[in-house]
Design a protein around this ligand. Structure first.
Ligand SMILES: *Cc1c(COP(=O)(O)O)cnc(C)c1O
Length: 413
C-alpha cells in the first residue's frame, strides 16, 4: 500500500526480519555482542559485507528498528539514533567540520547547544559565527570558504523565533554549504524538512518522541539532498560512498568512536512513543493555543509570545511552514522575576521542571535555570529576559490548565 499517512505508516511498518514468535513490538535486544557461525562470516561483517549486527555500540536490532521506522515516515536517505539530542548535534557537526572551520548560526538557540558551540567545540578550533538568521544579508556576510554549515532551530527554544527555511536553504545551496536544522519543536510529523531544503535534521527524541519523558535520546536524519563532494572534509569519502557519505562517516567513525549509541531499552521506549506522537503533538498544540489566547486577555500578563498567535511577528511564516502545529511551547512575561517565581509556586497542577513536550504541562523560568551560566548582557542578546516564563503544554484537558493558571495569576498581589 502506497501513500499511507504518518501514523498509519508508523503503526504498520514491517520489521527488517520477521520475529520468530510473531511479536508485534520489536523486542529489546539488551545484549552487547552477536555471534557468527564461522570466522569468515565474522570477517565479512567487519568488512561491511555482511549486514548483520556485531556489537551494540555500533548497531543493535532494537535501535535499528527505531531508525527504520523514522526512515519510513521521513523518506530520509539515512537515520541514526543516538544517546541524546546533544550527542546528535555534536556528532553531526564533528562529521562535517574540523579545526579551522566555522558554522553560521544564531544566539537564539537552546542553551546547551550554545554552550557546546561556544565552549566545547571552540576549544578544538571550530568556530561558531552568530548572526540574526532572519536577515539573509547578514548571513551571507559571514559565510566564507571555511564555512561548512548553517545551523538553526525551526522554532528556537525559548525565544520562539521562526526563520524562513526556504530563504536559508537557497543561500546554503548557492554557497554549497549544508543546512542543518534542529527540529525538536517541529518533529517530522509536523513538516517535511527535506521539502524545505534542509539537508540534515537533528532532533532531541527525549522530547515528543520518547512518549512523555520516558528516556533521553537523539536522532540524526540525512535527507539525502546534499552533494558531499562540496564538503572539503568529506569530498574523498564522497567518491567512494556517494549519497551515503555522511551516514557512513558517522557509523564507521564519529558515532562509533564517540560511543554515542542509544541504549536498546531507550530505543524500545522511543519506538513505542513514536506510535502516538501525532496524537500528542495534535493535543498539545491545541492546548498551547488555548493557553496563549487566554494569557493574551489577562491584564496581569505583560506580553505573550507564541508563533500561533496573530500578534506574533512570526505568525505568517510559522503557518506557512508548520500549518496549525506551531510548537507546544509559549513564553509570557510578568512584571518581575519575583512575580514569575510567585506565580510558578502558586500553580497546583502545572509542574516546575526543565523539559518540554512531556505529557504533563511544565513550567520554567529560563533566565535562572537553563541560562543561569550566562551574563546579563549575553542573556539579553539571547533574548532571555528575567521577566519571562516558559510553558510547555502537555496533553491534559486545557480547561484544567487554564483554571490552574488563572488561580495562580489571581494569587499575585
Ligand atoms: C532538549 C533540546 C536539545 C537537547 O536534547 P537532549 O536530548 O536533552 O540532549 C537540543 N535542542 C533543543 C531545541 C532542545 O529542546
Amino acid at each position: 500500500m502506497k501513500n499511507l499517512k504518518f501514523i498509519t505508516k508508523i503503526l504498520h511498518n514491517k520489521f527488517l526480519r520477521e520475529d520468530p514468535y510473531g511479536s508485534m513490538h520489536m523486542p529489546v535486544y539488551d545484549n552487547v555482542a552477536f555471534e557468527f557461525k564461522t570466522a569468515e562470516e565474522l570477517e565479512q561483517a567487519f568488512l561491511g559485507k555482511n549486514p548483520g549486527h556485531m556489537y551494540s555500540r555500533i548497531t543493535n536490532p532494537t535501535v535499528e528498528h527505531l531508525e527504520q521506522r523514522i526512515r519510513a515516515v521521513t523518506d530520509a536517505a539515512g537515520v541514526i539514533a543516538l544517546s541524546s539530542g546533544m550527542a546528535a548535534i555534536t556528532n553531526a557537526i564533528l562529521a562535517i567540520a574540523g579545526s579551522g572551520d566555522n558554522i553560521v548560526t544564531s544566539k537564539h538557540l537552546f542553551g546547551n547547544t550554545y554552550s557546546l558551540f561556544e565552549k566545547t567545540l571552540k576549544s578544538w578550533g571550530l568556530e561558531a559565527r552568530y548572526t540574526d538568521l532572519t536577515q539573509p544579508d547578514l548571513v551571507k556576510g559571514l559565510v566564507d570558504d571555511k564555512t561548512k554549515a548553517i545551523f538553526f532551530e525551526t522554532i528556537t527554544n525559548p525565544q520562539l523565533e521562526v526563520v524562513s527555511i526556504k530563504v536559508l536553504s537557497k543561500l546554503a545551496l548557492e554557497r554549497g554549504i549544508l543546512l542543518i536544522a534542529d527540529t525538536t519543536l517541529t518533529p517530522p510529523y509536523v513538516f517535511n524538512s527535506g521539502e524545505f531544503g534542509v539537508d540534515i535534521e537533528i532532533l532531541s527524541s527525549t522530547k515528543y518522541m520518547s512518549g512523555g519523558a520516558t528516556s533521553v535520546g537523539g536522532i540524526i536524519i540525512d535527507n539525502g539532498k546534499y552533494d558531499w563532494r562540496k564538503n572539503s572534509k568529506l569530498k574523498d569519502d564522497a567518491k567512494k560512498y556517494g549519497p551515503s557519505t555522511f551516514i557512513n562517516k558517522l557509523r564507521s567513525e564519529v558515532y562509533r568512536n564517540l560511543g554515542s549509541c542509544l541504549s536498546p531499552h531507550n530505543a524500545f521506549l522511543q519506538s513505542v512513543g513514536l506510535e502516538t506522537l501525532p496524537l500528542r503533538v495534535d493535543t498539545s498544540c491545541v492546548n498551547v493555543q488555548k493557553i496563549a489566547e487566554f494569557l493574551e486577555k489577562c491584564p496581569r500578563v505583560k506580553s505573550v509570545n507564541y508563533p500561533g498567535l496573530k500578534s506574533s511577528k512570526y505568525y505568517k511564516i510559522a503557518k506557512e511552514q508548520f500549518g496549525d502545529k506551531t510548537g507546544s511551547l509559549l513564553t509570557f512575561d510578568l512584571r518581575s522575576k519575583e512575580e514569575c517565581f510567585t506565580f510558578m509556586d502558586k500553580l497546583r497542577l502545572i509542574r516546575r521542571a526543565t523539559n518540554l513536550q512531556d505529557n504533563r504541562t511544565l513550567i520554567l523560568h529560563p533566565a535562572s535555570t537553563i541560562f543561569c551560566e550566562y551574563s546579563d548582557d549575553l542573556k539579553r542578546e539571547m533574548g532571555v529576559r528575567e521577566t519571562m516564563i516558559r510553558l510547555s503544554a502537555g496533553i491534559e484537558d486545557a480547561r484544567d490548565l487554564i483554571f490552574d493558571i488563572k488561580g495562580a495569576l489571581e494569587g499575585l498581589k
